[in-house]
Design a protein around this ligand. Structure first.
Ligand SMILES: NC(=O)c1ccc[n+]([C@@H]2O[C@H](COP(=O)([O-])OP(=O)(O)OC[C@H]3O[C@@H](n4cnc5c(N)ncnc54)[C@H](O)[C@@H]3O)[C@@H](O)[C@H]2O)c1
Length: 260
């Protein structure tokens, strides 16, 4: 039987790319959701702040890909806490109540943005969030740790680097942490398919960029992730398209998030 996946935020950049590419594989029964229903793209309505709706849609689900996110990432009291943190809590509670096997959360490189550029950071290193946005990703990763330890829900946190959709990376920093559409979809599929015995995993999600901030080679053996793309191959095209690349490199990995 096909695994049933519930995807939140499926109308957004990351969510739609994953929903569309995973549907193309024909391997999964996919329930794609976002705030607004979209019949054309077969997206159902689900606001993750509505506990009852989240619980209903999680019935019979094998894995939840939790990608939905309110945009204003520094509005702590207005968005970060009531939408993103509360929404993640509802997702994990619904997973517990429905016996969902795994939750894969769209985390972010900004959970560790205060490490210096050039410093090798492993996912197990201490959190160094660079913003309320990054801080809430740390909290939600730990929420996953709690539900893994206490309730046996396997929890994966993909710290996505930079995903600009179907455009090349637009800045020098983005070149180092970029992920292509096919690598993004393949990485989330690897997280769904990874050994059921892995109860908790945080990882950095990038393509095989020549000049990557992160060493992700070990993911091949661990979860079968073999990225196909390299941002360096798109640099010339990006420079043409944008009339040069934004020079946003800073001493710290989180770039502009560290000082805004
Ligand atoms: N795009 C990137 O470069 C990047 C990098 C790191 C992490 N991420 C993470 O990936 C996720 C998706 O990012 P994106 O770039 O696709 O953003 P996006 O804004 O394009 O998509 C987010 C989607 O979430 C939906 N949403 C908002 N509030 C919601 C709610 N209450 N309930 C359900 N859905 C809701 C929005 O309608 C939108 O379609 C986010 O969690 C983000 O932090 C993205």
């Amino acid at each position: 039987m096909k695994k049933k996946l519930l995807i939140t935020g499926a109308a957004g950049k990351v969510g739609w790319s994953i929903a569309r590419k995973l549907r193309e594989t024909g391997r999964y029964d996919i329930v794609a959701t976002d705030l607004e229903e979209d019949a054309e793209r077969d997206i159902a309505s689900l606001d993750v702040t509505n506990a009852e709706d989240v619980r209903r849609l999680a019935e019979g689900v094998d894995t939840i890909l939790h990608i939905g996110w309110a945009e204003d990432d520094e509005d702590f009291l207005g968005k970060v806490l009531p939408v993103n943190v509360t929404g993640a809590y509802h997702i994990y509670e619904a997973a517990r109540e429905n016996g969902v096997r795994r939750v894969v959360f769209a985390s972010s490189n900004h959970a560790t943005g205060f490490y210096r550029a050039g410093e090798n950071v492993e996912p197990e290193d201490p959190y160094r969030p660079d913003s309320f946005y990054g801080l809430s990703k740390c909290y939600i990763e730990l929420l996953g740790r709690l539900y893994a330890d206490k309730h046996g829900i396997s929890s994966f946190n993909v710290r996505i680097g930079n995903y600009p959709g179907n455009r090349p990376p637009a800045s020098r920093r983005a070149l180092k942490i970029w992920i292509s559409e096919r690598d993004l979809a393949s990485l989330f599929a690897c997280c769904v398919e990874a050994d059921p015995k892995i109860d908790f995993l945080s990882l950095y999600g990038t393509s095989a960029n020549s000049d990557n901030y992160y060493d992700i080679a070990y993911l091949k053996d661990l979860i079968g992730y073999e990225p196909q793309d390299d941002a360096a191959e798109l640099q010339a095209e990006a420079e043409r398209l944008y009339g040069g690349l934004k020079d946003d490199e800073q001493p710290l990995q989180g770039g502009g998030f560290t000082n805004r």
